[in-house]
Design a protein around this ligand. Sequence first.
Ligand SMILES: [Zn+2]
Length: 409
Amino acid sequence: MGFVYREVRLVGEEKPEAIEVRVAAHAGIRGRCSACRRPSPGYDRQPERRWQFVPLWGIPVWFVYAPRRVECPEHGVVVEHIPWSDGKRPVTLAMMGFLARWARRLSWRETAQVFQTSWESVYRSVEWFVEWGLEHRQLDGITSIGVDEIHWGHGMKADNFLTVIYQIDAGCRRLLWIGKRRSEKTLRLGLKALGPAVVKSLRFVCSDMWKPYLNVLAAEAGQALHVLDRFHIAQHMNQAVDEVRRTEGTRLKAKSKEESRQLKNMRWPLLRKGSRVRGKARKKLNALIASKLDTARAWELKEAFGHFWKYKSVLWAAGFLDAWCDRALRSRLEPMQKVARMLRNHEDLLMNWFRAKGELSSAAVEGLNNKIRVITRRSYGFRTYKAMEMAQYHALGRLPEPESTHRFC
Ligand SMILES: [Zn+2]
């Protein structure tokens, strides 16, 4: 490479505080221009600089070197290219790669503590890693994407939501893009970032019934089959059951103790899939179902809807949907009626689930979704939006990694 390790020195009075690796330029090899990398005649030498290297036996290691300046025929007098550094930071590329890789396994704070460096330095390392990865990733061959919103931070303001785009092909599930807010503008930005070639070759898109997403996907990726995400429909259904339970709970409390007891501690059993409720909770649930309570009727509607996904034929599924919506609309349960109206309004998209059957896994969306939530929840560790964004790409983007002259983990 044109450089040799000349001397390794242990610094410290009683116990070693640092290891200094003095680097020297190979006498016979010219320095390279940092702009074009062409070997150029030497000009002069700058004062010594230090770059943090990967610690050994818990002792910080520093590269020490006095960079040359070279006179490039094209770029004039410039500092030489230094292969172990990106020229900006006093940290070697090897150390940045090392920190970035560890930052996937530990929190950033822990990474900084264990390797005796700053949080900032871990952040910069991840940033460098991610930026390199985003620049070098391949985006061809993407046929299915999922679009979703996630909540982050405190409050319900527009800025507390993020839009995420995932690739959900069987062979490759990864985070493709993340951006602030959940507006049409946000999603347009995201699709633009993927590029028109990617968007035009999509065959499936999967999303919630969120209007801005529906609009943009119809306009930009009209050729793709738009599938409503099953996971989100279940969520709407559960929210409706819960709303019925809460309203009824308040009403019963005022009326009779006996009846109100039936609803106590029933939130989770009611939201679960019926076949998964066992033991004591099951007995209570059975008693509740036998009652004439609104909550019981709402729960039954929710459970019945589970059959919808089992149909193989679009026609039969459509028939079932129609009958279910009729029942829900006649139920006099406002939250359930609302769900029914919503499903009817999006019937076409809902039926696409059967048209895409076998080719699209909505479980993929759900899986990635949960992971991204876990990472945003750790957000107290990320001081800024930018840092959180970097962490998401780092953990879920499956980005290619820069080659390094030294690799440790
Ligand atoms: Zn040059």
